[in-house]
Structure formats: structure tokens, C-alpha cells
Design a protein. Structure first.
Length: 259
């Protein structure tokens, strides 16, 4: 059985493990433009508002519990970028961000730059600052990479336009048992779970709506049939070994009692 599996698996192994098999050298591919991460309800972000006049920006960088330790030690100074950068705000369940002074701002579905521009426009429209600069960062957004990869687990998204290949690289790439033609990406969109399948061996992957990953995406690489069969054989073997051990123990107990 091992010999047969080896023979079958050795038939043109390159076709099973190569990525982008149908891509042609020096042939430009259209890049998908929607790779920026869109803000979702319950995302946690940091916001820093700055200006040529720091005292005007201070109310928008209000003190929070996240820099209470610095305050107790005497290091806190209202309106400074160092302390403001520690402040974390959470988008509510409806996708609304509550900002000091200017109040509620619609955040759901916007990129960081779009939300920053809207906040700056509201500040200028209110006559508070003529030259506001708004910087927004995600505090802690992650993706999960599971299945036949070298290091399955959670990984932080530190920038926009993280591709499926970036995620697999962070997870140490697929193992030789991973199915490269059917990698699943599960995503929540407007309260519904969607699952898209990616063929890593085809250049068509560049046009997939999940080529660029979003926060909370789950990437799953399923095992090929040989790994699945090996796992089933291993489980069956463990079951029968355990059953045999129980039988031996019972037989020993019966012999001991009859004596």
C-alpha cells in the first residue's frame, strides 16, 4: 500500500505544488484595486488629531483609561501625540464612531484614509481647526490561517493589501499535503458568512474578491487525499490498539479474580 501511494503521489509532483502554473513571464496582470481594509463594527482603532497649534487639537485627543498609568506617573500631557497615540476607540455595533467635540461619525465600510478625511472635514466645518491632520491605525485586527500550513494560528494585519500569499508566507507556507487548488477563505459580510475558494495554481486568483484579506478572515487549507487517508488509518489503528489494551486488561482482571 505504501509503495502504491508513493508511486501515485510521485506522478508529476510539480503540477501539485507549483503556484500560478498558467502565468506567463512578462505578462502584466490587472491589479485588484479594493485591497484596502474596510472598517467593521467592533473594530478597535487609534486616532490622533494634530495641528500647527497643539492646544487646538488637544480636545480631540481626549484622555482615556489607556494612558492612566502614564498619568499616575506624572508623564501625561494633554494633547501630545505620544499619549494620544495610546488611546483606543471601538466602533459600535452599528458602525458608528463617537468622537470628542464633533460627536458621531459613520465609520462602517470606510477605509482608514476615508474615515480620517471625514473627521478632518467635520473639524474644519465646525471651525475648530483650520489645518487638522488625522492619523488612524487599527489597534488589533487578525486573521486565522488553519489546516495544512507549517504554523497554523492567528496573525496580525499590520497594513492594507495583505494578500492570500502574504498570509500563507506568515504561516510558513503550505505543507506538501496541502491542496493548492482549493484554499478556502471564510469572511463575514454584512452579518453573513461567505466562503470563497482560491486556486493558487492559477493566475485567475488575482481577480478574486478575497485575494486581499480583511480582518477576521479565516484561511483554511485542506489536506490532500493521501494525508486524509493516513489520518484515518492512524485513528483506526489507535482505536484498535486501545480496544486491544482494554481487552488484555479485562482478561488479566478475570484471570486474577478466578484464581
Amino acid at each position: 500500500m505504501i509503495l502504491l501511494i508513493t508511486l501515485f503521489s510521485s506522478c508529476n509532483p510539480e503540477k501539485r505544488i507549483w503556484y500560478l502554473q498558467d502565468a506567463r513571464p512578462f505578462t502584466p496582470e490587472q491589479i485588484v484595486e479594493n485591497g484596502q481594509i474596510r472598517i467593521k463594527p467592533l473594530d478597535r482603532i487609534t486616532i490622533v488629531v494634530s495641528s500647527m497649534h497643539p492646544e487646538l487639537a488637544a480636545p480631540f485627543n481626549s484622555y482615556s483609561s489607556y494612558n492612566s498609568l502614564s498619568s499616575k506617573s506624572g508623564d501625561y500631557s494633554a494633547g501630545t501625540n505620544t499619549q494620544s497615540s495610546l488611546q483606543i476607540r471601538t466602533i459600535d455595533e452599528k458602525g458608528i464612531l463617537q468622537m470628542p467635540v464633533i460627536g458621531a461619525v459613520e465609520a462602517k465600510g470606510k477605509t482608514r484614509s476615508e474615515l480620517a478625511q471625514e473627521i478632518a472635514d467635520k473639524i474644519k466645518a465646525g471651525g475648530y481647526i483650520n489645518d487638522p491632520e488625522v492619523n488612524i491605525s487599527f489597534a488589533d485586527i487578525k486573521i486565522a490561517v488553519l489546516g495544512e500550513v507549517a504554523r497554523p494560528g492567528y496573525y496580525d494585519l499590520t497594513r492594507d493589501k495583505i494578500t492570500i500569499f502574504d498570509a500563507l508566507a506568515m504561516a510558513g507556507d503550505l505543507t506538501i499535503y496541502g491542496v493548492r487548488s482549493e484554499v478556502a477563505v471564510a469572511r463575514e459580510v454584512n452579518g453573513k458568512r461567505t466562503i470563497e475558494y482560491l486556486d493558487l495554481t492559477s493566475k485567475d486568483i488575482f481577480q478574486s474578491p478575497v485575494y486581499y484579506l480583511q480582518q477576521n478572515d479565516i484561511v483554511y487549507v485542506k489536506p490532500n487525499k493521501y494525508k486524509a487517508q493516513a489520518g484515518e488509518i492512524s485513528q483506526n489503528r489507535s482505536f484498535y490498539v486501545s480496544l486491544f489494551s482494554v481487552g488484555i486488561s479485562l482478561a488479566t482482571l478475570i484471570v486474577t479474580i478466578t484464581r
